[in-house]
Design a protein around this ligand. Structure first.
Ligand code: MN
Length: 491
């Protein structure tokens, strides 16, 4: 058997010993054959890419169908293989996954990176994928593409890196996949903002060094106290990723003052159980005074929306320098690093460390009976955004009732079901609606009462002068914004 296939099998066996080897082997040969003769820009055989994607998915402990779909993920898009032939060979479920990845791949961040538009693109991505596994396969795909981005032409490097920073890294973050998020950001930063990257890399060096030396001096005393408890623990310090350091320095309240970044090197105390988290907190505070007001955040008692759990505390170290400690259990640490892609499955199969495909899939799948993970993602989003955004997102409710359409320059607009080109024009700008004489969808003329669908590009045709709005429009539009504006202008 081929070496890479053996490696894949070994990875899956760790968490899913009874998996269906035959179907993976079939997908392996099917994909290899389909991509035969195709090369990546690196000069390597194209098949190397889907193979690496499957391997990433296996390290995330996904079910067999996801791994099969990972192997096949570029076949519909890039080879002569049809959806039907995936159905015939691998069944409808896997075809849905491969098809989903193909659709999501075609969603690109072409417009501005203004907050609303990017947010809409992320929502659209989730809405179109329907199954969380599609997002996970897409994340693995992007991760491998970013790892090999050096072979792309400069303009593509920049485009893909910005898209990764704006769309994919935040998605990984929402799934609680801290390690994936960090890697995506670090790979992208250099290509998206090369000048800032090299500048920051240079000036941050001495701050990293100072912080590391400082931390080394204070962890000694902490270790001495923790040893007395007599339970297993580890202390490691980790440099903050350059990209998140950059984002933090850019915040107005920090304004490039490195002294204000207390976690430039974060120190983690990882312990055996929750009780010991609080004991360790006690140890830290008995040795170093917590900083008033900045003090403690207990994300164990109140986890972050993406499921992140840890206790964070900022304390005064020697010479009054502030340092951040993060205290968590080994299990919380695993989740924060590798994500919860398997968390929902784990919670169902807590007792056994070995998971069956059925358990894995039932956890990951989008289904009505269970808490839909897509819905959960939306809820996380709701909790993250501020209250104005919150009400807006609440109205979004389930994405199936929303349409995400593009303007000709690629900005994404979020409209309710039944929205027409007139609603679209109003959501862009009242002025545009006022001079509207017609509309094109995907380049073709449509009537003004045309019902828009997700993914379409809408272009509004304008007259030179603005005109009086027609009262008929009131019967056509569905958005409150359009209704209000038309009524206002008619009276
Ligand atoms: Mn791919």
């Amino acid at each position: 058997m081929e070496k890479d296939l053996i490696r894949l099998f070994e990875l899956i066996e760790i968490y899913n010993p009874s998996f269906d080897k035959k179907i993976i082997e079939k997908a392996y040969h099917f994909a290899k054959r389909s991509h035969l003769g195709q090369k990546r820009l690196s000069g390597e055989n194209y098949f190397l890419h889907p193979m690496e994607v499957a391997i990433i998915l296996a390290t995330w402990k996904l079910d067999t169908k996801s791994i099969v779909a990972g192997l096949l993920h570029d076949t519909i898009e890039d080879t002569a293989v049809s959806r039907q032939s995936i159905v015939n060979n691998f069944g409808e479920d896997i075809a849905v996954l491969v098809d989903g990845v193909t659709k999501v791949t075609n969603l690109r961040l072409k417009g501005s990176i203004q907050k609303d538009f990017v947010e809409n693109l992320r929502k659209m991505l989730i809405a179109m994928s329907k199954d969380l596994r599609v997002i996970l396969i897409k994340l693995a795909d992007r991760l491998h593409n970013m790892r090999t981005i050096e072979y792309l032409p400069k303009n593509k490097q920049r485009e893909n890196s910005i898209e990764t920073l704006e769309v994919y890294a935040p998605l990984a973050d929402r799934l609680g996949m801290g390690k994936v998020k960090g890697e995506l950001e670090d790979l992208s930063f250099k290509f998206a903002y090369p000048d800032d990257y090299s500048q920051l890399k240079k000036i941050s060096e001495k701050y990293y060094k100072n912080a590391e030396a400082h931390i080394l001096s204070i962890t000694k005393s902490i270790k001495k106290e923790l040893d007395k408890i007599g339970k297993k623990y580890e202390i490691h310090s980790r440099k903050k990723h350059l990209y998140s350091l950059w984002r933090k320095l850019l915040r107005p309240e920090n304004d490039w003052n490195f002294e204000k970044i207390h976690d430039i090197v974060a120190t983690r105390i990882i312990v055996s159980d929750i009780g010991m988290c609080y004991e360790a907190l006690g140890v830290v505070h008995s040795l170093f005074k917590p900083v008033p007001y900045l003090g403690i955040s207990d994300f164990i008692a109140q986890p972050k929306p993406n499921g992140y759990r840890s206790i964070h505390t900022k304390v005064f170290g020697p010479a009054g320098r502030i340092i951040e400690f993060q205290i968590r259990t080994f299990e919380m640490h695993r989740q924060a690093e590798y994500g919860d892609s398997a968390h929902w499955a784990y919670s169902e199969a807590k007792s056994s460390s070995k998971l069956s495909d059925k358990v894995l899939e039932s956890g990951i799948r989008f289904s009505d009976q269970k808490i839909s993970l897509v819905k959960q993602l939306i809820e996380w989003q709701n909790e993250i955004v501020d209250s104005d955004e919150f009400t807006k997102s609440m109205k979004v409710d389930l994405f199936s009732q929303r349409n995400f359409v593009f303007s000709p320059n690629g900005d994404v607009y979020d409209l309710p079901n039944g929205a027409t080109p007139i609603d679209f024009a109003f959501s862009v700008h009242t002025k545009l609606a006022n001079s509207m004489i017609g509309a094109k969808v995907n380049g073709k003329m449509v009537p003004l009462d045309y019902k828009l669908e997700s993914g379409q590009v809408v272009e509004i045709l304008k007259s030179k002068n603005s005109k009086k709005l027609s009262s008929k429009w009131l019967e056509i539009v569905v958005t409150t914004l359009a209704k209000r504006e038309i009524k206002k202008q008619l009276t």
